[in-house]
Design a protein around this ligand. Structure first.
Ligand code: 2P0
Length: 326
């Protein structure tokens, strides 16, 4: 058996300042800067084994083949193989402990775990910024899952990569996720972004406002100013969904329960609970709050009709090797 193997774990991340749109689709470069929090609890485990006897890459997720994702996985491995000067194909086995392709950032944790495992398996020893950049070419949000806590991905004249912004321990917020549907979404992020860029009348305005939202959220995080972070995060989320709605045909990622959750979170805030919402390209609602409010928020969201599960997370760590010769 080949010894060119390793396994890694990575957590999904949730953007507070959203990435939606590409300035260079070929190299998957984002059109806007973004900021995220990496979650604990939810994870992707990815095991990579390069084997000189293989004639092509072999990819399975949760024990099942997925031809579409396999193409993206091979393209990512090609970059890593080129950096290592190797040509062996690989077995890649991946599993998620949460729903895949349902707006819970499974591609972020998936590609972050893949690059970390492949880097170790081939003894490449690339620095995190390089791994983040490689992950970004496969999935923009994956660049951010390389790191724990609060993470930023500014625009860059050369090529975007993500950086750690503030450690989880320094501002240990909690995230409560209201699951309102577990099926895969109709329109994936990549296709959705392409459609938005091509058809939305609001796209230019979205681009113009993004840098200011990024700077405001960045300052709010560094100052640990919850109220300001709540304001700018909800605004970025709602603007992104406004943009999605203005796409032709419109992208409606919300269901009835999602909308009820948004209203409930605003009611909680009126009642003095420090909490804000965010949503991505799927119907799940993520509530961010100081840990002291986590239980109140979880109970409130769990009582809403259509909410099938409530997941509670803290801020998690970055992607890391869990098995593999060093
Ligand atoms: C984000 N999303 O910032 C935004 C908010 C979804 C909504 O990044 O095309 O799956 O592979 O780069 O990484 C989801 O986008 O998209 C995403 P690609 P990806 O988290």
């Amino acid at each position: 058996m080949s010894s060119l193997q390793a396994a890694a774990v990575a957590h999904p991340n949730i953007a507070l300042v959203k990435y939606w749109g590409k300035r260079d689709a070929t190299n998957n470069r984002p059109a806007v800067p973004s900021i995220s929090v990496t979650l604990s609890s939810l994870y992707t485990y990815s095991r990579v084994r390069f084997d000189p006897n293989l004639e092509s890459d072999s990819f399975a997720i949760g024990g099942h083949r997925d031809a579409q994702t396999a193409i993206r996985v091979s393209a990512c491995l090609d970059t890593i193989r080129a950096r290592a000067g190797r040509d062996e194909f690989a077995y890649v086995e991946t599993r998620n402990n949460f729903p895949t392709g349902a707006g819970l950032a499974s591609s972020a944790s998936g590609f972050a775990a893949l690059v970390v495992a492949a880097n170790r398996a081939l003894r490449l020893d690339l620095p995190p910024a390089d791994l983040s950049r490689i992950a970004r070419r496969s999935s923009g949000s994956a660049a951010r899952s390389l790191y724990g806590g609060f993470v930023e991905m500014p625009l860059d004249n050369e090529e975007e990569t993500a950086y750690p912004l503030l450690d989880a321990e320094q501002w240990p917020l909690a995230i409560v996720i209201a699951v309102t549907a577990t099926g895969a979404k109709d329109v994936g992020s990549t296709e959705g972004m392409e459609r938005t860029t091509r058809t939305s009348d609001y796209y230019q305005a979205w681009l113009e406002a993004a840098t200011a939202d990024f700077a405001t959220a960045r300052d709010a995080i560094l100052n640990q100013d919850f109220r300001e972070l709540a304001r700018v995060s909800e605004r970025s989320c709602l603007k992104m969904h406004g943009l999605m709605l203005s796409t032709d045909p419109g992208l409606i990622y919300w269901n009835e329960a999602s909308v009820a959750c948004l209203h409930r979170i605003r009611m909680l805030r009126k009642d003095g609970v420090e909490v804000f919402f965010t949503m991505d390209a799927g119907p799940q609602v993520k509530a961010v709050c100081p840990p002291a409010y986590r239980q109140i928020v979880a109970e409130a969201l769990g009582s809403i009709p259509g909410v099938t599960d409530v997941l509670q997370c803290r801020l998690g760590a970055g992607a890391r090797v869990v098995e593999g010769a060093s």
